[in-house]
Design a protein around this ligand. Sequence first.
Ligand SMILES: *[C@@H]1O[C@H](CO)[C@@H](O)[C@H](O)[C@H]1NC(C)=O
Ligand SMILES: *[C@@H]1O[C@H](CO)[C@@H](O)[C@H](O)[C@H]1NC(C)=O
Ligand SMILES: *[C@@H]1O[C@H](CO)[C@@H](O)[C@H](O)[C@H]1NC(C)=O
Ligand SMILES: *[C@@H]1O[C@H](CO)[C@@H](O)[C@H](O)[C@H]1NC(C)=O
Ligand SMILES: *[C@@H]1O[C@H](CO)[C@@H](O)[C@H](O)[C@H]1NC(C)=O
Ligand SMILES: *[C@@H]1O[C@H](CO)[C@@H](O)[C@H](O)[C@H]1NC(C)=O
Ligand SMILES: *[C@@H]1O[C@H](CO)[C@@H](O)[C@H](O)[C@H]1NC(C)=O
Length: 337
Amino acid sequence: MTTDNLTNWRVLALFMLGTFFSVAVVWYLRAEPNMPVPYVIAEDDGMMCLQGNMGRKALLLIENYSRNHPAFLQMSDFFWEKNQSVYQLPYGTQGSEEILLKVLALTMRYDMPDRVQSLPCWRCVVVGNGHRLKNSSLGDVINKYDIVMRLNNAPVHKYEHDVGNKTTLRLFYPESADFDPHLQNNPDSLMVLVPFKTPDIQWLKAVLNNEKRSRKGFWKSPPLIWDVKPENVRILNPYFMEVTASKLLNVSIKPPRKNKEKPTTGLLAITFALHICDVVHIAGFGYPETTNKKQTIHYYEQITLTSMADSDHNVSHEAQAIRRLLEARIIRNLTRF
Ligand SMILES: *[C@@H]1O[C@H](CO)[C@@H](O)[C@H](O)[C@H]1NC(C)=O
Ligand SMILES: *[C@@H]1O[C@H](CO)[C@@H](O)[C@H](O)[C@H]1NC(C)=O
Ligand SMILES: *[C@@H]1O[C@H](CO)[C@@H](O)[C@H](O)[C@H]1NC(C)=O
Ligand SMILES: *[C@@H]1O[C@H](CO)[C@@H](O)[C@H](O)[C@H]1NC(C)=O
Ligand SMILES: *[C@@H]1O[C@H](CO)[C@@H](O)[C@H](O)[C@H]1NC(C)=O
Ligand SMILES: *[C@@H]1O[C@H](CO)[C@@H](O)[C@H](O)[C@H]1NC(C)=O
Ligand SMILES: *[C@@H]1O[C@H](CO)[C@@H](O)[C@H](O)[C@H]1NC(C)=O
């Protein structure tokens, strides 16, 4: 090789290196969700995975949206009083630090399992418990997502054709916990406790540690035996409940709370997905008209809207929030909403 040739190769190599870095920098800037890159909403981005897209879309509706919050509580949050939470449960951890530290010492794991972490893209479907899943035949479609989130005690067994049989995460609280978690989940499903109140954390400690259970403080008896491996249990960071209430529903979370409205696990799961997933689709969301007293609301049981009358949830208010997300194309629906 002559000197000239060598120089040419060097110039070419430098040029290519330079191009590579520019592309990398541009890619990095585009992927940074907090950069105000103008976002053009695509007609139909379906299952395509564009990293950074979710961040830009969510910023349109959620002020100060950030993907930097840990999904789950970790033991280190409560050592040396690191996280001085401003709010009490369900919007923060103030006053529950001690019991949380004890439970987190039992579960030992605070992150997504490796098999989820290693996925290049997190395409998520949040499966609501709504009646519209009945006869939907969506089972195979739902199973294809990278992450399938389910809610409360929604069954899978015998409903596979409509709701699938894959459960990556299940969000629940003690009163909504399944009595037979093995039947309704996969051996590696993550069971994610949504803590509404301190007794919820005491319940988790008692069932994991096989201590004396108390029924005090619950509005419905939670399972006294709940056979799940501690390493499959997580506690959701209350940050997502705070965002759901204050940003998606615009209800005040500062005490004294005159408005008792609290988000449902369903809306909470959508908010959570918006913060961790690259694609968020929903199925089985939506309630019948408030005047429709006969229509059952779930795909697996015969209860109607009347059963929600005394709850602190406002389903029409939540429907407005979900509709805004759908209209801004931040999420998509697999069933009529
Ligand atoms: C957004 O963040 C800014 C700066 O931290 C803060 O002043 C503002 O109150 C936040 N807005 C909301 C709605 O959280
Ligand atoms: C703990 O603090 C970190 C950093 O300030 C924050 O991102 C995280 O959401 C906090 N976690 C909780 C549970 O408040
Ligand atoms: C579902 O299909 C069954 C059997 O065809 C039918 O009896 C039932 O009415 C259908 N339910 C709904 C909600 O479509
Ligand atoms: C779901 O069902 C299919 C077909 O029966 C089966 O092959 C698969 O292992 C099941 N998946 C899980 C996660 O249970
Ligand atoms: C949120 O609620 C407050 C007080 O209830 C109100 O002043 C404000 O306009 C609302 N913001 C939005 C975006 O609806
Ligand atoms: C529920 O939300 C709707 C729509 O925001 C509102 O009009 C209604 O007053 C709320 N109901 C209650 C009981 O607060
Ligand atoms: C999503 O909801 C809209 C409004 O109800 C409906 O027109 C559309 O068909 C739904 N999409 C699917 C895939 O069901």
